[in-house]
Design a binder for this molecule. Structure first.
Ligand SMILES: Cc1ncc(COP(=O)(O)O)c(C=O)c1O
Length: 415
């Protein structure tokens, strides 16, 4: 069959005429395929899924009830555009109450998002010209960088390494890059490393971006999921509001990934620019969803309950992994445990399996042990294990963790 002329119409940014022809299989698809193959070999077997990147439970009933009540109100039915005041005000209250950020003006310094992913895809249109650099941490959540490239920008990668506590070394950016750089994208607590930032690091980031005339976009999708102390907002840093934005989301904090709601807060001019591009991109999240999310942002005790569950699971998981020979340290937040990938596995019969990458380890774990993980080979070989595996109660959690221990118990890992 001859090729459709449509094949010639695709933009270069998605591959141009070659679009859709690549045989490359991406990481998450490989994991899915390996899972399917493992289940086909052992029908009915239990996969221990530590690869999931979203909450295992529903939103709390009060959020669902609020959504239903708000959905019945005729005044909420139409285009929400950049939102009414309800979520904006709740966001300002939340930043003050939960993160100690005072003085956010809900009218001018907050606009809702249809999730942080949507905000990260909108913001590059407001900031990035062809040839501009954006500083992105790797490993990391790539959405801002992907869209920056769509606009002709370039990504400069800042590796997150254990030696630097998974914080980027800002001094390592070459002067030539800094000259053309516009944005520093940060994300703490971090996906995938689980690392948290410090007030000192954020102060350093503010100084750095001021000095080089960049802005900070801080993706705080996991900000409230902390296991000790108070969530750390970038906006709590002196001077942060002059140089940046922070993105919060109901997705992970309130088990609301599918609801698609969050907010962008910070520098007034940047918020305005986000709002202008957003206005030309979508027509706003349904007000009923925004109002239900606002109710949640006014009830941070929900997040505390969710974080307590992850904290408990994290302790269990870290201890099982330690017993199996991994160096597993419970993070201070997020739901990700990030561990160095082994170089080899030695079975009881002496069989020695060598691994060249985290991806190979991950494939081996799913194939041999029915354990799903996410490999990262961007800055060293690591595995990301998430404590969002499905378990209805602590007894079930415990059963799964004991089972994990059994499965890992008959091999010795070499690092
Ligand atoms: C670092 C990070 N930022 C943003 C998102 C997306 O969040 P949202 O559901 O608010 O779009 C995710 C989701 O996995 C994430 O890991």
């Amino acid at each position: 069959m001859s090729e459709s002329y449509i094949q010639n119409l695709f933009a270069e940014r998605i591959g141009g005429r070659q679009y859709g022809k690549s045989q490359a299989i991406y990481k998450f698809e490989k994991i899915k395929r390996a899972k399917r193959a493992a289940l086909a070999r052992s029908p009915g077997a239990e996969i221990i899924d530590l690869g999931i990147g979203e909450p295992d439970e529903m939103a709390f009933p009060e959020a669902v009830e609020k959504l239903c009540a708000e959905a019945r109100k005729p005044e909420n039915r139409g285009y929400a555009d950049n939102g009414d005041g309800v979520l904006k005000q709740a966001a300002a209250r939340y930043l003050e109450r939960v993160c100690g950020v005072k003085g956010i003006n809900p009218e001018t310094e907050v606009i809702h998002s249809i999730g942080s992913k949507a905000a990260l895809s909108i913001l590059p249109a407001a900031l990035v010209n062809p040839g501009d650099y954006v500083l992105m941490t790797i490993p990391g959540y790539p959405v801002f960088g992907t869209h920056a490239k769509y606009y002709g920008g370039q990504g400069y990668e800042l590796p997150l390494t254990e030696e630097n506590h998974f914080l980027p070394d800002l001094d390592s950016v070459p002067a030539a890059v800094l000259k053309k750089a516009k944005v520093l994208v940060l994300n703490y607590p971090n996906n995938p490393t689980g690392a948290t930032a410090t007030p000192e690091f954020f102060a350093r980031a503010v100084k750095f971006v001021r000095q080089h005339e960049l802005v900070v976009i801080h993706d705080a999708a996991y900000a409230a999921l902390v296991f000790e102390g108070r969530p750390l907002s970038f906006l709590a840093t002196p001077g942060a509001k002059e140089v940046g934005l922070e993105l919060h989301s109901a997705s992970k904090s309130f088990n609301m990934t599918g609801w698609r709601c969050g907010f962008v807060a910070g520098n007034e001019l940047l918020v305005k620019a986000y709002g202008d591009v957003k206005d030309n991109t979508d027509s706003g999240q349904f007000l009923a969803v925004q109002h239900a999310a606002a109710r949640c942002f006014d009830h941070p005790e929900i997040t505390e309950q969710i974080a307590a569950k992850y904290s408990r699971r994290m302790e269990g998981l870290a201890s099982v992994l330690e017993k199996a020979g991994f160096k597993a340290q419970k993070p201070k937040g997020s739901f990700f445990l990030y561990v160095k990938a082994p170089k080899a596995a030695v079975k009881k019969d002496g069989a020695h399996v060598e691994f060249q990458s985290a991806e190979e380890v991950s494939q081996w774990l799913i194939t041999e042990k029915l354990i799903s993980t996410v490999p990262w080979d961007d800055a060293g070989a690591y595995l990301r294990l998430s404590v969002t595996f499905v378990a209805k109660n602590p007894a079930e959690e415990n059963r799964i963790l004991v089972e994990l221990g059994h499965r890992l118990g008959d091999v010795r890992f070499e690092f």
